[in-house]
Design a protein around this ligand. Structure first.
Ligand code: OOG
Ligand code: MG
Length: 257
């Protein structure tokens, strides 16, 4: 039986050295989501102990597009730390990643604590701002292939994120389910979607997270940034490439590598 501490160390070392590791589920059939979240907790705690701060949380695999692409049919969550904060005006430093991919997301910034059980209504009531975001994901597993417990332990492939566009108060938003999303790579449209791609409504994904945390006696604190999960598949980034996303009502967010 793999210990959560050994799993966390292996993944932290892999991230540090930008090398890939093989899936833990290949070696140990008993490595399940509960064991994987225990490893994730330790991994995030070590990042915090080494000087990073917790800035929020992320949902993963909340859209059908992502679940099909990754071959995993359930959502998961992970944590965002200060070391993952990126800027739109600074080129993405590719040397920090192994095989980075970028994906379009809708971000929520909480003005109040959010506890489960939550609903779309309670999430929007606790939300101060909604804005467009790009997430940089980078898997520590070879070929970006994993089963659900592996990617949970790997903090949901979290590697970086940038918030952009307009900061919109929930009350000033139109229907987020119908918000169109256009993603361009090097100026070319590569994917289109609408907010409903994420669990029917992106706030539903945040409610799912609050419920999962509630089961573990945890609350999402005011000030948290929550990425609700990619609306479309992710796109590999290489030197010189640009990714631009526009979400109706929320504006533009972009990254250059
Ligand atoms: C897992 C993380 C997925 C999302 O937004 O769906 C994710 C992965 O695809 O590596 O962040
Ligand atoms: Mg994501």
């Amino acid at each position: 039986m793999l210990s959560p501490a050994a799993v966390a160390s292996t993944l932290l070392d892999a991230a540090e050295s930008r090398t890939s590791v093989s899936c833990f589920t290949d070696a140990d059939e008993a490595f399940d989501p509960a064991a994987a979240y225990a490893a994730q907790d330790l991994l995030v705690a070590r990042r915090v102990a080494s000087g990073e701060t917790l800035v929020g949380a992320k949902l993963g695999l909340t859209s059908r597009a992502k679940q099909v692409a990754m071959g995993v049919d359930e959502p998961l969550y992970g944590w965002l730390t200060s070391g993952m904060v990126l800027r739109e005006d600074a080129p993405l430093d590719l040397s920090r990643y192994l095989h980075p991919r970028v994906e379009p997301e809708i971000a929520f910034v909480l003005g109040r604590d959010l506890a489960g059980p939550a609903t779309i209504v309670s999430v929007l009531a606790a939300t101060e701002w909604v804005c467009p975001a790009l997430e940089v994901i980078d898997s520590r597993y070879s070929d970006f292939r994993f089963a659900l417990p592996d990617v949970i332990a790997d903090n949901a492939s979290a590697a970086g994120f940038v918030l952009g566009g307009l900061l919109r108060e929930p009350a000033a938003l139109g229907d987020l389910r119908l918000a169109g999303c256009v993603t361009r790579v090097n100026g070319e449209v590569v994917a289109t979607a609408a907010g409903a791609a994420v669990m029917g409504h992106p706030a539903q994904a945040v409610a799912w997270l609050a419920d999962r945390l509630g089961e573990r006696g945890r609350v999402l604190p005011a000030g948290s940034i929550v990425l609700s999960g990619a609306l479309t598949n992710a796109f590999a980034v290489t030197r010189g490439s640009s990714v631009d996303v526009e979400i109706e009502g929320l504006g533009h967010v972009g990254l250059r590598a």
